[in-house]
Design a protein around this ligand. Structure first.
Ligand SMILES: Cc1cc2nc3c(=O)[nH]c(=O)nc-3n(C[C@H](O)[C@H](O)[C@H](O)COP(=O)(O)OP(=O)(O)OC[C@H]3O[C@@H](n4cnc5c(N)ncnc54)[C@H](O)[C@@H]3O)c2cc1C
Length: 343
C-alpha cells in the first residue's frame, strides 16, 4: 500500500496502523485500501472508503473485528450495497463487506434452514424452493445478501423475510457473539432492530412451511417476469426508494403512483432521474452524485406531502463519511437550499 493511500485514513496514525494490521493479519484478497464506494453499491455512486475488508471466513471476520476494535477504528457493515446511498465524500473508516464466502445453506429438516449472511438472496430462494419449502418465493428477485434482507425485513408482495426468521447469530462491534430471537428483532414493515447498526449478522435460522416445488417455481418465474416488465432496465438503481405507507396507499396508491401523480416521473437532477419506467425508482444515467439523488428524494417527498399531507419515508439508507447510516430522506431534508451546480 502506498503511503499516500494510508494517509487518506481519517484517523491519521491510528488509521495507518489499523490498515497495516488488517493487511498483516488477513489474506491479501481480503483487504483493499482507498476503494471507490461506487464500485460496491448498485447505484454506482459514492466517493472512496479508506479500507474495505471482505472476510473469506467467519474466522477472518472475527480477526478483522478484533483489529478494528483494538485500534478503535470506525467501521460499518454492508452486504451487496443494494439498498445504500454512499456519500460523494465516501467513508472515513473500515467497511466490512459480508460476501458469498459467508453464505453456506444447511437444511435441518422440518422446514428449518440455517444460512450464512452472505448468501445471495435469489440463490437462497431457489435452494429453499428446491427443498420443497414455501414462504421465500416473494424474495426471488431481490438482488442483495440474506444478511441485508434480514436487516431490512426485505420482501415483496407486502411480505417480509422477518416472518420466517427464528433467530440470528450476530457479532457486536467489540467481537461479542449474540443469538437474537425473532421477538427481540422487532420486525415491522421493512424495518428491524438490526438497522440500529450495532450488530453484524453472521448467520440466521429460518423456518418455512412445506410446499409444492413445481408450483413455487412457476410462481417464481411469474414474479421475475412481472418485475422485469415493471422495473427500470439497464440503468443503475437501488430498487424502491420510498417505503409504502398504508395511509398513502389507501388515499392514492403506492409511492411510485403518488410521485407520478405529483408530475415528477422522468424528472432529472444532474446525472440522476426519477425513472420514466417506475417513479419509485431513481436511476443513475451516468455520473450521478449522491447529492443529485438526495435532491430528487427531497423533491418527491415534499411534492407528495404537499399533495396528500403524508410524508413518505425512504427505505434506502444513506451512509455518511462519519459512518452515520440513516434513511435517506432524513439526509435529503437537510440538504442546503442553494442551487446545485453539480460540482
Ligand atoms: C433492482 C433492485 C430491486 C430491489 N427490490 C427489492 C424488493 O422487491 N424488496 C425489498 O425489500 N428490497 C428490494 N431491493 C433493496 C435491497 O435489495 C434489499 O434491501 C436487500 O435485502 C439489501 O441487501 P444488501 O446485502 O444489498 O444490503 P446493503 O444494501 O448492503 O445494506 C442494507 C442495510 O443492511 C445492513 N446490513 C447488510 N448486511 C448486514 C449484516 N450481515 N449484518 C448487519 N447489517 C447488515 C447495512 O448496514 C445497511 O444498513 C431492491 C434493490 C434493487 C437494486
Amino acid at each position: 500500500m502506498a503511503s499516500n493511500e494510508i494517509a487518506a485514513l481519517a484517523d491519521g496514525e491510528a488509521g495507518m496502523t489499523v490498515a497495516r494490521a488488517l493487511q498483516d493479519s488477513l489474506a491479501p484478497g481480503e483487504v483493499a485500501v482507498d476503494v471507490p464506494l461506487a464500485s460496491l453499491g448498485r447505484w454506482r455512486i459514492g466517493g472512496p472508503a479508506d479500507v474495505v475488508v471482505t472476510p473469506a471466513s467467519a474466522e477472518s471476520l472475527a480477526a478483522a473485528l478484533a483489529i478494528v476494535t483494538r485500534h478503535g477504528a470506525r467501521h460499518i457493515v454492508i452486504g451487496d450495497g443494494s439498498n445504500l446511498l454512499f456519500d460523494d465524500a465516501g467513508f472515513r473508516g473500515v467497511v466490512i463487506r459480508i460476501g458469498r464466502a459467508l453464505g453456506g445453506v444447511t437444511f435441518r429438516g422440518d422446514g428449518v434452514v440455517d444460512a450464512g449472511a452472505g448468501v445471495w438472496v435469489p440463490t437462497f430462494v431457489r435452494q429453499v424452493i428446491d427443498a420443497g419449502l414455501s414462504g421465500a418465493v416473494h424474495a426471488i428477485g431481490i438482488p442483495g445478501t440474506l444478511g441485508g434482507l434480514i436487516t431490512m425485513n426485505g420482501g415483496s408482495q407486502r411480505k417480509g423475510i422477518g416472518e420466517n426468521v427464528v433467530h440470528v447469530d450476530a457479532i457486536d462491534h467489540q467481537g461479542g457473539t449474540h443469538r437474537i430471537d425473532h421477538a427481540a428483532l422487532d420486525y415491522s414493515y421493512r424495518a428491524s432492530r438490526l438497522q440500529r447498526g450495532d450488530l453484524i449478522v453472521v448467520s440466521a435460522r429460518l423456518r418455512f412451511d412445506a410446499g409444492d416445488a413445481g408450483a413455487m417455481r412457476r410462481e417464481a418465474i411469474s414474479i421475475l417476469q412481472s418485475r422485469r416488465a415493471k422495473f427500470p432496465k439497464v440503468r443503475a438503481n437501488c430498487g424502491s426508494v420510498f417505503v409504502s405507507d398504508p395511509k398513502l396507499y389507501s388515499l392514492i396508491g403506492p409511492p411510485g403512483l403518488a410521485i407520478e401523480r405529483a408530475g415528477l416521473k422522468g424528472t432529472r437532477e444532474g446525472g440522476a432521474q426519477i425513472s420514466p419506467d417506475h417513479a419509485n425508482f431513481i436511476v443513475n444515467n451516468g455520473g450521478a452524485l449522491a447529492r443529485d439523488v438526495l435532491h430528487l428524494i427531497r423533491l418527491a417527498r415534499r411534492s407528495v406531502t404537499a399533495m396528500s399531507g403524508i410524508a413518505m419515508d425512504a427505505e434506502v439508507r444513506h451512509l455518511a463519511p462519519d459512518g452515520t447510516m440513516r434513511p435517506a430522506h432524513e439526509v435529503a431534508e437537510q440538504l442546503d437550499e442553494r442551487p446545485h451546480t453539480g460540482a
